[in-house]
Design a protein around this ligand. Structure first.
Ligand code: GLN
Length: 201
């Protein structure tokens, strides 16, 4: 019997479709989530890359910010890439006005830390917990993590900067594995969702 977890992708702005495809390839049932009722039905959630201020404002507008905070703080597995990483940070070093985060990871992020859009790049990144060859990291106006608190585990660094972090059921990467066709990071997240369901049942 297959028992695929249902994993949502926060579909307010950003590269939603690529995450839906990557999650399906990693054997999850993937669905877009915009509203609190949709959030209530998923076992885990991905917050995609895009523009974190826009995602933050739309999340408030759609009434999904507070329910999302509540679920993340209650331990729902969540994975944020790039702008999604910013959304999971307890603190942003340089927030735009009105920019809120969901929080969940005790870290301070710096937005656009790796430079502008035309300074986007790819690099091989060794990620703790991912076996085999390094992950191809696609960095697009990517944030980095300035510092993490005691509860957060650094999973990867690039150029001396933290680019992947996990704290409990929350995972965040500065880069975009959903754009590469390599689904190992999504598989790691799907495993986290399976493990969490096992503790809940
Ligand atoms: N720099 C963007 C932000 O601040 C993130 C870019 C991305 O998600 N590719 O939200």
């Amino acid at each position: 019997m297959t028992d695929a977890p249902v994993i949502g992708v926060l579909a307010l702005q950003g590269d939603v479709r690529e995450h839906l495809i990557a999650l399906a390839a990693a054997d999850a049932v993937a669905r877009p989530v915009r509203r609190p009722e949709e959030l209530a039905e998923v076992d885990g959630l991905v917050i995609p890359g895009g523009e974190s201020t826009t995602i933050s404002k739309l999340a408030v507008l759609f009434g999904v910010m507070e329910p999302l905070r509540a679920r993340v703080h209650a331990g729902m597995p969540v994975y944020g890439t790039c702008a999604g990483m910013i959304m999971l940070a307890d603190k942003i070093l340089d927030p735009r006005s009105g920019q809120e985060t969901v929080g969940g990871i005790d870290m301070i992020v710096r937005r656009n830390a790796f430079g502008r859009q035309n300074e986007s790049f790819e690099a091989a990144v060794d990620v703790r917990g991912i076996d085999g060859h390094p992950v191809e990291g696609v960095f697009i106006r990517a944030p980095w993590v300035e510092s993490v608190g005691a509860g957060a585990e650094v999973l990867a660094e690039h150029g001396g900067h933290i680019v992947a972090v996990r704290q409990g059921n929350a995972l965040a990467t500065s880069f975009h594995p959903e754009l590469t066709g390599d689904h190992r990071v999504h598989s790691l997240f799907v495993d986290m969702v399976h493990a969490n369901r096992a503790t809940e049942s």
